[in-house]
Design a protein around this ligand. Structure first.
Ligand code: DGT
Ligand code: CA
Ligand code: CA
Ligand code: ZN
Length: 645
């Protein structure tokens, strides 16, 4: 982290020297502009969503230690409530402080999954900055439990044991104890468990410092919007890996263009004083680095309007894409940097827009999600004399657009582990998210934890859905909406299903997924998925690799084999858009697309707000070069059903 900051800072200060000369020319013109007052938002209460979500997760975690469980009978319920509340608050698009300011407790109670007890704790936190109950729990277990959240398999009970026996309070303590061979001396721990712990720490260290895009998305959009609204700001945009829709984000990069140097100073002032800022790490003439309350770093770079396109291109990255672009510039006798494209005489020949930058290098504009230097630049080259290339194959693909989805095929209801009725899930999909169909894909009976449905319950649910469809139609003739009957059928250890085919065949569309036996060897694991895909009743394989980003690597599978079988059997592979899954991931999506396998993008919604996750699935699909035609839920419900096996 430190290395990274130092590196970024030197990199910026080098750039500054070139800039100053340019800035002088640039701003001479704007000197005549009148002085404008900086518009500053009136935010009295800090943005606390992430902090409070973290506290609630910690409470849930501590409650899971054995001792607590014994003393309180309804603890399991409480644990679930705190975890759910944490998730909702984390994903809320408005600040809980603002909600409270407007409507007090009543407002807090409107947040999904927030009941009286939790709302009161929220109120306590908003008004006093503390939660007494949390402090009490922490006293009993003074461990930095949040450090262990990402470590699959090292749960609350393990942590409690390790604290009681070895006084382990954080990840460094844990790693040290494991390296010194102390873990295996604790009762109930083995050499094998010790090795597993070390492995998990290493996996976590590799990627764990990065945030999931869905965790920070609302925050980034909110800041972006507020930056744009400042007087003197022409354009404001979040760039970097965020704009490329990477599944995890190292730090957030904001880019702003302004009309005068004065405006530049003002916006930097505004940025470092935002309520979300915890600490200012650095500040310069045209840049600032801060650490936000939720622990992530954010950079701001301010450029004059005529450089905005070049800076966007530069700071969107990826670095590899940028390096390749600069080589092309050199081959054309030009120089490309974050301030523009310059000719031999050092005159700026492009830079105000990104399109202009790509164009002068003889390239079509490349969507940010593709900018990883994985062959996209070659495809973007425009033919001789500016003629477009004829052959479709060697052109940039027309990626699926963010508003192309018509339906969502993995939606859960409160008949199993969802939180809302089928009707509410449907009406929200239609009215708040503009979808024209959803499939209710509740879990099936062998997944007991979720109250999975048996054959009869599934058939009953299909009947209820038919009735609901009539009801919805009667109430709303002009909006077409359809609920499809479906299921997320559990794939058993041997690859068979827990629901018989004659029942599945009565449903509109059926998905299957693996939820257990994750550690089978790759051949057996692949065989399970292959046999599900070859099952004539299965239309979709849900979250095919089972990964949870930053927490668990997928189970081992031979993805090429699955793709081959999916193609032969006309089975759809899912892109689960829930931001902690994004499964399939970008490189597998690209493999599927290249092999003509059809895909769908589903939110895996357990609450109507989760439909918002669809954008992360679309982002991932675009990173995998998927076109509209590759994604079947861009079709109408009828079109989709007609294309099933
Ligand atoms: P992250 O923050 O790790 O999720 O990934 P990025 O891509 O946002 O990387 P970051 O924040 O270090 O820098 C933002 C962009 O700025 C990056 O995508 C490309 C550009 N950039 C940063 N450092 C360098 C560099 O040393 N050389 C070049 N060519 N470009 C750089
Ligand atoms: Ca970044
Ligand atoms: Ca950065
Ligand atoms: Zn599932």
């Amino acid at each position: 982290m430190i290395d990274y900051l130092v590196k970024t800072k030197t990199f910026f200060s080098d750039a500054i020297t070139i800039t100053i000369q340019l800035r002088v020319q640039c701003f001479v013109r704007s000197l005549g502009l009148s002085l404008v007052m900086l518009h500053r938002e009136n935010v009295a209460i800090m943005s606390k969503n992430s902090e409070v979500a973290k506290i609630f997760r910690e409470i849930a975690f501590i409650l899971q230690t054995a001792e607590e469980k014994k003393s309180e009978p309804n603890t399991i319920f409480k644990i679930r409530s705190y975890n759910r509340a944490a998730e909702e608050i984390q994903n809320l698009s408005s600040d809980i402080g603002d909600i409270y300011e407007k409507e007090q407790l009543k407002g807090l109670l409107k947040i999904p999954s927030i009941g009286k007890a939790i709302a009161t704790k929220l109120e306590e936190y908003i008004t006093t900055g503390k939660i007494h109950y949390y402090d009490e729990l922490k006293e009993k277990l003074p461990v930095d439990v949040s450090q262990f959240f990402g470590l699959e398999g090292i749960g609350p009970k393990t942590i409690k044991m390790l604290y009681d026996n070895l006084g382990i309070k954080n990840i460094s303590d844990l790693e040290k104890a494991a390296l010194e061979g102390k873990i295996k001396t604790v009762p109930g721990f083995s050499q094998k468990k010790e090795e597993l712990i070390l492995k998990k720490i290493q996996f976590f260290r590799k990627d764990g410092g990065r945030r999931l895009i869905g965790e920070i998305y609302p925050l980034v959009r909110r800041i972006e919007k507020r930056l744009s609204g400042n007087t003197g700001v022409k354009q404001a945009v979040a760039v970097g890996s965020f704009r490329r829709m990477k599944e995890t984000i190292g730090d957030i990069d904001f880019l702003v263009s302004v009309m005068s140097e004065e405006d530049g100073d003002n916006i930097i002032d505004y940025f470092v004083n935002m309520p979300e800022v915890n600490e200012i790490s650095g500040r310069g003439l045209s840049k600032a680095f801060v650490k936000l309350n939720n622990g992530i770093d954010a950079d701001l770079l301010v450029v004059p309007e005529e450089s905005f396109g070049a800076a966007m291109q530069y700071f969107t990255g990826s670095k590899e894409h940028g390096v390749a672009m600069r080589k092309i510039a050199i081959s054309k006798g030009l120089r490309l940097n974050e301030w523009g494209v310059f000719d031999k005489q050092n005159c700026r020949v492009a830079g105000a827009t990104e399109e202009g930058v790509y164009q002068i290098l003889g390239l079509e504009w490349i969507p940010p999600e593709m900018r990883e230097n994985r062959g996209e630049i070659e495809l973007a080259k425009i033919g001789k004399n500016g003629m477009e290339k004829e052959e479709e194959k060697v052109r940039l693909p027309q990626l699926i657009a963010y508003d192309d989805l018509k339906g969502d095929l993995q939606v859960h209801s409160n008949n199993t582990d969802g939180t809302m009725s089928i009707e509410d899930m449907a009406l929200n999909a239609r009215d708040k998210f503009g979808l024209s169909y959803i499939a209710i894909s509740d879990h099936t009976k062998s997944l007991r934890l979720t109250n999975g449905l048996d054959e009869n319950q599934l058939l009953n649910q299909a009947n209820t859905i038919a009735e609901l469809n009539d009801k919805i139609k009667m109430n709303n003739n002009n909006k077409h909406f359809r609920i499809l009957s479906s299921a997320e059928v559990n794939i058993l250890k041997d690859g068979s299903l827990d629901i018989s085919n004659n029942v599945l065949d009565k449903l509109d569309i059926v998905g299957a997924a693996i939820h257990s036996h994750f550690s089978l060897p790759i051949e057996l694991q692949t065989a399970r998925l292959v046999s599900a895909a070859q099952n004539p009743s299965i239309d979709i394989i849900f979250h095919p690799t089972g990964r949870i980003i930053n927490r668990r690597e997928g189970y081992p599978i031979n993805i090429s084999k699955l793709i081959e079988v999916a193609n032969e059997s006309n089975t759809i592979l899912e892109i689960d858009a829930h931001y902690d899954r994004l499964d399939l991931k970008d490189e597998f999506i690209r493999m599927a697309v290249e092999n003509n396998v059809k895909l769908v993008i589903d939110s895996d919604a357990h609450h109507p707000l989760h439909y918002a996750f669809l954008i992360f699935g679309i982002g991932q699909a675009r990173r995998g070069w998927a076109k509209k035609g590759d994604i079947l839920n861009t079709l109408s419900a009828k079109g989709l059903l007609d294309s099933l096996k």
